[in-house]
Design a protein around this ligand. Structure first.
Ligand SMILES: [Ca+2]
Ligand SMILES: [Ca+2]
Ligand SMILES: [Ca+2]
Length: 314
């Protein structure tokens, strides 16, 4: 994300520095759900923003909040069917995504996410050999259930794709919509127009989806990024993004590229907006994200907004 102690000034960045200067660096009353691999919630630059399920008592072997999952404190591992959402250095993709959303800012360590302060929860469904649609559905419904219990989950980050149309997943995203949770989805990395050749979940037509393409630090569309004038909503930085990575000492960092890296910029933006607009409905947050996009020639005709993420007014 951003180097700690530096003000992100790149005109093709998310403009988060402008929001920070005005005093909006996020809020620990806003929760984000990461649907991905696990993430390293003990990382030095993530631990302060690790969310926990307020209805669950850790380690007592009981399903205290009666959501069907025992001791789901940091979330649930649907791939392993257990409560250990972080399982080691293979959870690099999820940890990188987490840092872009909410690596702690102003702590003199590592990087700063779009939100310096936020609460991250995790539904792990991707393992080293990918994940299943059945577990993706469970992961989406996991956050819907928590939201319906009163936890302020604003959005889920979905830096993944694959598989054909699934009525079950489509309906699960619909249930998230009914609960007021935005579903931020990566457009995918196959250089294709997903208006014509669908890429799920980005291509579902649920109202709560924001589908994200990737741009470079010079404002070009990342060559591999999918696009689509009606299916993809907006662009965000996704080429050579520096963020948190797991290692044995909890202080790893590195650069990854993909629409997987663009997507958490938008998810972080949803949390940032919700921090200062605490009563905003999901549809209003989405309207703010899309309405504040900056026209970008490389995205002209390539997405709904013809532009890139801009959180300067948040
Ligand atoms: Ca539980
Ligand atoms: Ca428990
Ligand atoms: Ca930091």
């Amino acid at each position: 994300m951003y180097g700690e102690g530096t003000t992100p000034s790149n005109q093709y960045g998310s403009q988060a520095g402008e929001a920070w200067k005005k005093g909006n660096t996020g809020s620990n009353t806003v929760y984000i759900g990461i649907i991905d691999e696990g993430y390293m919630y003990t990382h030095e630059d993530l631990a302060a923003n690790a969310g926990t399920n307020p209805g669950e008592v850790a380690g007592n072997g009981e399903d205290d909040d009666r959501n069907g999952y025992v001791d789901d404190v940091y979330g649930w591992d649907f791939a392993g069917n257990n409560n250990s959402v972080f399982d080691g250095v293979d959870d690099d993709h999820g940890t990188h995504v987490a840092g872009t959303i909410g690596a702690v800012g102003g702590n003199g360590k590592g990087v700063a996410g779009v939100c310096w302060s936020v609460k991250i929860l995790n539904a792990k469904f991707l393992g080293t050999s990918g994940g299943t649609t059945a577990n993706a559905i469970k992961a989406v419904d996991y956050f819907t259930s928590l939201k319906n219990k009163g936890i302020n989950i604003v959005a889920t980050n979905n830096s993944w794709g694959g598989g054909g149309f699934s009525e079950g997943l489509y309906e699960a995203i619909g249930r998230a919509n009914d609960a007021g949770i935005l579903f931020i989805a990566a457009a995918g990395n196959s250089s294709k127009n997903i208006d014509k050749r669908k890429s799920y979940p980005a291509s579902y037509d649920n109202a709560n989806i924001i589908a994200v393409a990737s741009i470079t630090s010079t404002g070009a569309k990342s060559s591999w990024s999918n696009y689509g004038a009606t299916t993809v909503d907006i662009g965000a930085p996704g080429s050579a993004i520096y963020s948190t990575l797991p290692n044995s000492t909890g202080n790893g960092y590195g650069s990854y590229s993909g629409t997987s890296m663009a997507t958490p910029h938008v998810t972080g933006a949803c949390a940032l907006y919700a921090s200062t607009h605490s009563t905003a409905k999901a549809i209003e947050i989405k309207a703010a994200i899309l309405g504040n996009a900056i026209y970008t020639s490389s995205l002209d005709g390539k997405c709904v907004t013809n532009g890139r993420l801009n959180v300067s007014g948040f």
